[in-house]
Design a protein around this ligand. Sequence first.
Ligand code: HEM
Length: 450
Amino acid sequence: MVAALRVPGPRALWPVGQLYQFRRDPLTFLARLAREYGDVVCFKAGPQSIYFLNHPDHVRDVLVTHNARFKKGRALQRAKRLLGEGLLTSEGDFWRRQRRLAQPAFHRQRIASYARVMVEYAEQTSARWRDGQTLDISSEMIRLTLAVVGKTLFDAEVESDADEVGAALTEVMNLFGYLLFPFAELLEKLPLPPQRRFQRARAKLDAVIYRIIGERRRSGEDRGDLLSTLLHAVDEEGDRTGMTDEQVRDEVMTLFLAGHETTANALTWAFYLLAQNPEAESRLHEELGAVLEGGRPPTADDYAALRYTEMVVSETMRLYPPAWAVGRLSLEDHEVGGYLIPRGSLVLVSQYVMHRDPRFFPDPERFDPERWTHEARSARPQFSYFPFGGGPRRCIGEGFAWTEAVLILATLARRWRLRLIPGRAVEARARITLRPGKGGVPVRVEGRDK
Ligand code: HEM
């Protein structure tokens, strides 16, 4: 009998200990569970039972086939305090309507027009760099992707407000980590300094966003950016109305947050890995030399020819997936791999752990863009790699992110080679995204035209 099978997993006398390990270093903790207990693992984090699924078929089962039996996990529900009812956090019919309304902003032609912004801003970054200079590539990439999302969302020079908006966003993102605590609802009500800072930072962002929405509504102008698409969207399949200011604010805040740190991390890790893999770096430079004749900057039309650049990004997101896990809450009893997952359980799938599974990626720690040739890809099960999730809640910004990561990498790598600073350790931290720890990724930039 299915239900009689006990799900494998550690039996801690003190579940708080598991919660502590999970929170302190989730990547090591989850990788160990998968290694020791297999494809379906149950562990306790405080009072909550967590079912950790570690096979591509199980990932498809939860995200695609039976997605209606699940809703978003706790962390995203808590994230509503910042993101309101935006695409990432909303559920059901409301989410479906918002997804329909936002979809046109991500059409292929729109993304092609955003590509110009991506390259132009990468060129500005490149123009600031000096040969021999030391910088933190992680802050550079955050600054760049923030400017890109600001320009494509608002057609606004967010970079001119970048320091203020950037500081508020960074503050919000850092404090956002508190929302993952099981007692976050209580903490939120206490007049603690981090809570006050969070509320202040959120208020600052709200003020900027509502100001821009107000100006745009008054002018009625279609500027061809994401905001215009959201403001002019009408639900033809539903009640033929559009979004209120508050709904637009929630979507804008969501796109702002979901749309920059993830891609910035992908780019940061790509430079980090290239610096340690000279062979892959040379192949990348060869491709850039061949495709971008005379060292010209790339355009959206070059994307298809930048095959190896894309393979580098794919392999980077295998080893360092910016979204390192996806959580869901089960709405009813559900069977996976012969085990029962009771209603009300938290279900977790982890890109970080799956992408390093030797069953699908032999010698998993090795950085090898060749894993992404057409043949190698089609030999693997679909959900052995899922940096953008899957099913109806799959990332809406995926096309945007690929274009941005490939074109920015091409623009910068055609001019610069980045070298790690010896003796400066870099570690991956699983926060909301998989980002480098304190100190970022210090590098020395070297001009390639020397
Ligand atoms: C490398 C970059 C990116 C990665 C790895 C990434 C990853 C993901 C993942 C895994 C999800 C699904 C979460 C879940 O199922 O719970 C998601 C959803 C989402 N992402 Fe991304 N993302 C990236 C870039 C972007 C960009 C550039 C944007 C917008 C400009 C964006 C906007 C969103 C939104 C709005 C959702 C919610 C979609 C929905 O539920 O309808 N993301 N992303």
